[in-house]
Structure formats: structure tokens, C-alpha cells
Design a protein around this ligand. Structure first.
Ligand code: VGL
Ligand code: ZN
Length: 193
């Protein structure tokens, strides 16, 4: 599907952080998305469109960690190397950073969960979101389903996303779920330059 950028569009990059790329919860082949993600950033910057980057930003005792009853290894603890954006990601000074998962008692997969992301988008009159990152079957999916529930037209950036695949079908299942909810799957070459 071909699409051109309008004044109501924003890019949302989900959790492209060291721990999800090369660290304690590394998503298989996560590094492969970086060249595409950087092209999306460049494209949105060139069109003067806002770029948002969410980050998983947990306190040390977060309930999603195995030792506190959750299912995940320790990851993305605030201000540690693991929680920094991946080094090859070409974010600019204008990138708007959204931190999530900061409440120790509550996991927040979606970038909208417990954050002011929706308010910031409303203030900028954004109506269409282009969303990709890590991981397709968790935080990207949750962010996209929330975006659709807030009535944004929502594009899933297929080449800018990778799945954890705890079960081998998780990626396919999550993509089906997003499409069924109304998301539109695109790749970089669908953007009209
Ligand atoms: C995520 C597992 C735990 C994600 C965050 O960003 O997809 N996955 N916390
Ligand atoms: Zn997390």
C-alpha cells in the first residue's frame, strides 16, 4: 500500500534500547531493523514531522522481572546502559522521549499506558501514527492496539519491527491481531518520497 506523509502524521519508535537489541532481553535479529528505522527517522525529519521514541524505563524492583513474580529477565532499569537507546539509532535532539513501565507494581507494554503520549499527540493535531520497533508481539502490538482504540489511523512498520517469539507463531499471531483491529502493514518502500 503506497502512502505519502501529511501534516497529521507522526512516527513512534517503540523501545529500541540496548537490552532489547543486544542485552538481557535481546530480541532475535533486532539489529536488522536499525537501517530501516533510521530511514524512517530521516524521512519524517525531512518532512518536518514529529518523531517519538518510547523507552521501557523500569525501577530496580519491577514486577515484570522473574525475581519479583514476572516472566522477564531483569531489563531496562532506569539510567543503566541497558535502558539507553541503541547506539546506532539516529535519534535527533527533537525526538520526543516517552518513558513507560516506571510503576514497580504495573507492567506497561503500550507507549500510551501511564504516559502523556496521547496528550502530546493531540496537542500536535496528529491523527495518523506510523509505529514500529521492539517487540512486535509485546510493546509494538500493545501500542498499536491502543492507538487504534484512540481512533488514530495506524500503520504497522513491518520492516522496522521484530518479535520475541517466545512461541514460534507469536509474530504471525500478533500481526494478524493488529491487522484485524484495523492496522495497516507497510514497509519503507511504501512511503512515497
Ligand atoms: C517489552 C518485554 C518486557 C517490549 C518490554 O518492549 O516489547 N517486552 N518489557
Ligand atoms: Zn519491560
Amino acid at each position: 500500500m503506497k502512502v505519502s506523509i501529511t501534516s497529521k502524521d507522526a512516527l513512534i519508535l517503540v523501545d529500541i534500547q540496548n537490552d532489547f537489541c543486544v542485552g538481557s532481553l535481546a530480541v532475535p535479529n533486532a539489529c536488522d531493523i536499525i537501517k530501516f528505522v533510521n530511514s524512517y527517522i530521516e524521512f519524517f525529519e525531512k518532512n518536518n514531522r514529529p518523531v517519538f521514541a518510547t523507552r521501557d524505563w523500569h525501577p530496580k524492583n519491577h514486577s515484570s522481572f522473574k525475581e519479583f513474580g514476572g516472566i522477564w529477565p531483569i531489563h531496562c532499569i532506569q539510567n543503566t546502559d541497558g535502558s539507553m537507546f541503541y547506539k546506532d539509532l539516529k535519534l535527533t535532539d527533537e525526538t520526543i522521549v516517552i518513558s513507560k513501565g516506571t510503576n514497580p507494581d504495573k507492567d506497561a507494554y503500550s507507549g500510551f499506558d501511564g504516559t502523556d503520549l496521547n496528550e502530546k499527540l493531540n496537542n500536535l493535531n496528529i491523527r495518523r501514527l506510523f509505529i514500529g520497533g521492539l517487540a512486535t508481539d509485546y510493546c509494538v502490538k500493545a501500542t498499536i492496539l491502543d492507538a487504534l482504540s484512540f481512533n488514530y489511523t495506524t500503520f504497522f512498520l513491518h520492516d522496522a519491527s521484530k518479535a520475541v517469539n517466545l512461541k514460534p507463531d507469536d509474530e504471525a499471531l500478533s500481526i494478524n491481531e493488529m491487522l484485524k483491529a484495523g492496522a495497516i502493514l507497510i514497509d519503507l518502500n511504501d512511503l512515497i518520497q
